[in-house]
Design a protein around this ligand. Structure first.
Ligand code: NAD
Length: 307
């Protein structure tokens, strides 16, 4: 039997698949770093979502560690290089939560342009701000997708259904059969788009892919949506753009610092033209079930050959 520790919660059905495989001795509980470090020497399979940071220190403590299973897409919480050095397999579940994130992206966009959060809070506070809450349509507008992978493509499908024009920039995607204009440079996308939505992983190349210079190239009154990773947008530059009016609104699921509790981010989320949610892009029953099932199947497949 292999000792498997799930440090972040997995869907119930997924846990059942792992239990029924009879391959594992399972523990499932979120341990803080110090406690995790203590059990790492005995662990052969470590399962995480985004909350656990699998640093090189954690990996090096895992003397018997064979597999790191990241239930979800982004691998920015796993030191993949260190895992590779120690011959530890790293697996994730690309695409499994794409629909959930794409739907949230549209929730954010529509919430922003139709002032849904402010309308809600106004009514709860006894206000009827009908005149103040005139919105804009997204029909006929151009949405620019930075990153055209699984989520970017799901967003594109929905944007087309809403009658939007769609363009995308992704250096690794050279063709598509969708009604999407692939741009050869990020700058051309920035200049063309009324709405810019990010769907890239956080890498050294995508860190602050939207900064002061990029915002200056955008259309006046542009809308920015980020349900990818905090750190892809330079939030000081975004704040400046929102205050100056260059950016008419931003809708954020992710922040470079989460929760956004420092001074800059308190100022950012306090702006009237910012709406936000606490990194819930993948948090749907269906998405988590899909991620969990896929992860459990991958873990069983990988581990069958280890025993
Ligand atoms: P994916 O790997 O299918 O797509 C990412 C795309 O980004 C790829 O096509 C890649 O070529 C492209 N890319 C890489 N570097 C780029 C660059 N410099 N410029 C433009 N494009 C670039 O991944 P996905 O499933 O579409 O997820 C995208 C990202 O969304 C994830 O990496 C993760 O950071 C984020 N995400 C967020 C949540 C959430 O809860 N908000 C949930 C899941 C994923």
């Amino acid at each position: 039997m292999l000792r498997l520790h799930a440090n972040d919660p997995l869907d119930k059905t997924a846990m059942k698949i792992l239990e029924d495989s009879d391959l594992f001795e399972i523990s499932a509980e979120h341990l803080d770093k110090d406690h995790l470090m203590k059990i790492m020497p005995e662990i052969e399979v470590l399962v995480v979502r985004s909350a656990t940071k699998v640093t090189s220190e954690v990996i090096e403590a895992g003397k018997k560690l064979k597999l790191i299973a990241r239930a979800g897409v982004g691998l920015d919480n796993v030191d993949v290089e260190s895992a590779r050095k120690h011959n530890i397999i790293v697996r994730n579940t690309p695409g499994a939560n794409a629909i959930s994130v794409a739907e949230l992206t549209f929730g954010l966009l529509l919430g922003l342009v139709r002032h849904i959060p402010r309308g809600t809070y106004g009514i709860k506070e006894g206000k009827w701000e009908k005149k103040e809450l005139k919105g804009v349509e997204i029909f006929g507008k151009t949405i620019g997708l930075i990153g055209f992978g699984a989520i970017g493509r799901e967003v594109a499908k929905r944007a087309i259904a809403f009658g939007m024009n769609v363009c995308a920039f992704d250096p690794f995607v050279k063709e598509t059969d969708m009604e999407v204009e692939l741009m050869t440079t990020v700058e051309s996308l920035l200049e063309k788009s009324d709405v810019i939505s990010l769907h890239v992983p956080l890498t050294p190349e995508t860190k602050h892919i939207i900064g002061e210079k990029e915002i200056s190239l955008m259309k006046d009154g542009v809308i920015i949506i980020n349900a990818s990773r905090g750190g892809t947008i330079d939030e000081q530059a975004l704040y400046n753009g929102l205050v100056s009016g260059k950016v008419s609104g931003a809708a954020l699921d992710v922040f470079e610092v989460e929760p956004p509790s420092d001074e800059l981010r308190r100022k950012l989320v306090g702006l009237g033209n910012v709406i936000c949610v606490p990194h819930v892009g993948a948090s749907t029953s269906e998405g988590q079930k899909r991620v969990g099932l896929e992860m459990a199947k991958i873990i069983v497949e990988e581990c069958k050959v280890m025993i």
